[in-house]
Design a protein. Structure first.
Length: 295
């Protein structure tokens, strides 16, 4: 996931084509978006009441489950508002959340922020810790601060038996070392928006029996044989679909605001690369999301 202050991999280049729900309904099955940032989408849509159902009205009916990833301090007001809605019998039942400290914000990770994350973990709608990790590409926080925040969060997530969402960019070898040192091999791990080494992918899949790799709309960008190789290498039963909305909208809507209604286009590309039916991709990845997050 990205954030202003954290900087997105792809800046949203509005105006761009806004697809209709019918155009996005590329299959019949219900799907899960295993990684998106509803708080950022709500902010961009100027919806300040936390009522994500206003967004769902414009998306295909296929959207069954959304994992909303809160990972910056700016996410906290949205998180608190949505928790209040849920605790009072409101809030969209299809939305679950995670909370953690993104590596871009690691320099700001302190006892207060950690305490809020720990508190959030006890809520039944909070299904994981993250995203957290290492980003040695942008280095928006010093590497020592990233490492300190990452290892601390891994330790707490394991102690609380919460699944972990990992952000890794240009930090493959270090990520593998840290995960092996701090996380049991049976712990549930989601490697978010994987675009890196197939060798490291194989190593992680072998060592961690409940680890999944997420793929976003970036797999639809151009003829990238490396990206295709990562999709081919990842077994379908260890693969998750993501939009990372509002970032990285898939083709043909690149530059538009990504959202969970676009998951079908990611599934379609996975199906093309793997040579399987899109309904199979949607069905298996929906089951994978249940296994990873319990929803």
């Amino acid at each position: 996931g990205q954030q202003n202050g954290g900087g997105g991999r792809q800046q949203n280049q509005a105006p761009a084509a806004v697809p209709t729900a019918d155009e996005l309904a590329v299959c019949k099955g219900g799907w899960a978006d295993s990684h998106t940032h509803i708080d950022m989408i709500l902010d961009m849509e100027k919806i300040f009441n936390g009522k994500s159902e206003e967004l769902f009205a414009h998306w295909p009916k296929n959207v069954e489950c959304v994992i909303n990833v809160c990972c910056f301090q700016e996410s906290l007001p949205w998180f608190e508002e949505w928790r209040r809605l849920v605790d009072n019998g409101g809030g969209d039942a299809r939305v679950f959340w995670t909370y953690g400290c993104h590596p871009h914000a690691a320099a700001f990770y302190d006892e207060y922020w950690e305490a809020r994350i720990v508190e959030a973990m006890s809520h039944p709608r909070c299904v994981a810790w993250g995203e957290c990790g290492l980003d040695f590409f942008k280095n928006k926080s010093p590497r020592d601060a990233q490492m300190k925040a990452f290892t601390r969060q891994l330790t707490l997530a394991v102690a609380m038996n919460k699944p972990i969402v990992i952000h890794s960019r240009a930090a493959d070898e270090c990520i593998v070392q840290v995960l092996k040192e701090h996380v049991p091999p049976t712990h549930k791990i989601h490697m978010h928006c994987w675009t890196d080494s197939t060798r490291v992918m194989k190593e992680l899949l072998t060592h961690f029996s409940n680890l999944y790799f997420g793929f976003t709309g970036c797999i639809t960008f151009g003829n990238n044989t490396h990206t295709e190789d990562t999709v081919i290498t990842c077994p379908l039963d260890r693969l998750l679909l993501e939009t990372d909305g509002p970032f990285m909208a898939p083709k043909p809507y690149r530059g538009a605001r990504a959202h969970p209604g676009m998951i079908g286009l990611v599934a379609k590309r996975v199906a093309e690369i793997k040579g399987v039916d899109v309904e199979t991709v949607v069905s298996v990845t929906r089951a994978n999301t249940r296994d990873m997050y319990g929803v």
